[in-house]
Design a protein around this ligand. Structure first.
Ligand SMILES: [Zn+2]
Length: 481
């Protein structure tokens, strides 16, 4: 398939969908969009204040509230200091964020009673659309859902190793639960877990997280799930039964970015969006990297920033500033470039070597040579990589990367988990299943070799239905009138 689905006959079809969704009022799609835009515009006048929050994490050994506050002797030497700031300019009131630096890692194994690093930090940006309910729900529930998908009693390395699976389960569970409430609206979710020097990012939608590593190389830790820019996602959506095309106005002219139909969303992945085809999935792209002990800076932001600034420009605009000022500076720079067109939210997190109190200023960037060196090659077996040394300054080690939308490729196997709960637990919603109820995530797939239909992970019938709908194997639950 290709973008030829945006032909005029297909476009006319899209228009049809949209007209139905606006209640058959006879509005042309463009008029409906403009009306919506005007409504949010008015709304923003009343709520267009700036929210600023910032907080310093204290140095190691001082207090116990922050990530930098570890007291175990072993960690005092190793653990980076986190310092962060968040700045936002509100236009529609649909951007939300999460800042947590004191999350306890659940149920440290009795086998590892002195396991170091018992806490981790979470930073997230949630950019809602068609209302704010999905963004708020995700902010309030996603972390718990990720943690509930984690096997108990893991060592720290095992915990990090299992995070990518738990993140997938947590995203899908959050989406399923929110949709079950019957509310419309959807959200992007860029969810960053920092545990020591290891950063794990899970993301749906187009709120980016970039890494400005020591040495001056800027890299993207997310992919943009935008139909306009992501060919692979366009192909996935069309293969799963969706249509991709632009809005068309009377006369056949096409306007705006590529959207999926039914629904008209520009994103190819999101949480929520019950009124959009189920091929718009909540399965996150996940990337896990380990920084060298030189540290680095993360910038996590909604598209209000990225529509105005490139990754490099955003990183460059705030180098040398402490995190809380850096976040304000990035927002300011985006507004200066493009004006306040959208909600604009930016979190800056500095991962600072112990013994320093501020992120050292990066030396000037040595362009492409350094950039190609910045990521070491991904290991075949990620668990091995966790034990390697990371002393080389400026080298970021890529531990894990996976973006497939297929749950059978994302949920297991849980071969190395010390799972103490029932063998038959739904890998998504964590419900206990009778042995006869569990359906292997591999069962019945026409794409896989189907050699493992009896192996876990298992899904309950509800989650199995959702998986099939996401992959276009049964008619989508969306009601296309
Ligand atoms: Zn389930």
């Amino acid at each position: 398939m290709s973008s030829s689905s945006g032909s005029s006959s297909a476009a006319a079809h899209h228009q049809q969908h949209y007209r139905h969704q606006t209640g058959g009022s006879g509005l042309v799609p463009l008029a409906a969009l403009i009306k919506e835009e005007a409504r949010t515009e008015r709304h923003s006048v009343a709520s267009g204040e700036s929210r600023i929050s910032a907080r310093d994490e204290d140095a190691a050994g001082v207090g116990n509230s922050g990530v930098g506050g570890e007291v175990a002797a072993e960690t005092r030497l190793e653990r980076p200091l986190l310092r962060y700031g968040c700045a936002a300019q509100c236009k529609k009131g649909e951007d939300f964020f999460l800042l947590r630096t004191d999350c306890p890692r659940p149920a440290i194994s009795v086998s590892f009673p002195d396991s170091p690093h018992p806490t981790f930090a979470v930073f997230a940006v949630l950019d809602g659309h068609n209302g704010n309910a999905a963004a708020i729900y995700t902010r309030d529930n996603l972390l718990n859902h990720v943690l509930s998908a984690m096997p108990r009693g893991l060592s720290r390395d095992e915990w990090l190793h299992m995070l990518p699976i738990a993140l997938v389960a947590g995203f899908v569970k959050t989406d399923k639960e929110f949709q079950s409430k019957g509310q419309t609206s959807g959200t992007t979710a860029t969810f960053v877990i920092i545990d020591g020097w290891t950063i794990t990012v899970a993301s749906v939608g187009d709120s980016r997280c970039i890494l400005d590593a020591q040495g001056g190389a800027v890299s993207l830790l997310t992919v943009d799930h935008r139909l306009e820019e992501n060919i692979e996602e366009r192909e996935r959506v069309t293969a799963s039964g969706g249509e991709v095309g632009r809005l068309s106005v009377v006369g056949g002219a096409e306007i705006g970015p590529l959207r999926c139909w039914p629904g008209g969303l520009c994103l190819s992945r999101s949480i929520g969006d019950i009124d959009v085809g189920e091929f718009i999935v909540p399965v996150p792209y996940v990337k896990q990297v380990k920084l060298s002990n030189a540290g680095g800076r993360l910038i996590i932001a909604s598209d209000g920033i990225w529509d105005a600034l490139s990754s490099e420009a955003a990183a460059k605009s705030c180098r040398g500033l402490p995190a809380e000022l850096a976040a304000k500076q990035v927002v300011k720079e985006a507004l200066r470039t493009r004006g306040l067109k959208d909600d604009t939210t930016c979190i800056v997190v500095d991962i600072i070597p112990p013994g320093q109190t501020i992120q050292p200023l990066s030396p000037p960037k040595k362009m492409s040579k350094l950039k190609s060196l910045i990521f070491r090659k991904k290991a075949k077996d990620p668990s091995q990589k966790l034990t390697k040394q990371h002393s080389a300054v400026g080298i970021v080690e890529e531990i894990f990367e996976e973006g497939s939308a297929m749950l059978s490729e994302r949920l297991g196997p849980h071969s190395d988990g010390r799972r103490t709960s029932s063998l038959f637990t739904c890998a998504i919603c964590q419900l206990d299943l009778e042995p006869s109820e569990g359906i292997s995530v591999h069962a019945g797939s026409i794409f896989s070799s189907s050699s493992r239909p009896w192996e876990g992970p298992f899904l309950c019938s509800d989650c199995r239905d959702k998986k099939d709908a996401m992959e276009g194997k049964r008619p989508s639950g969306v009601k296309v009138l």
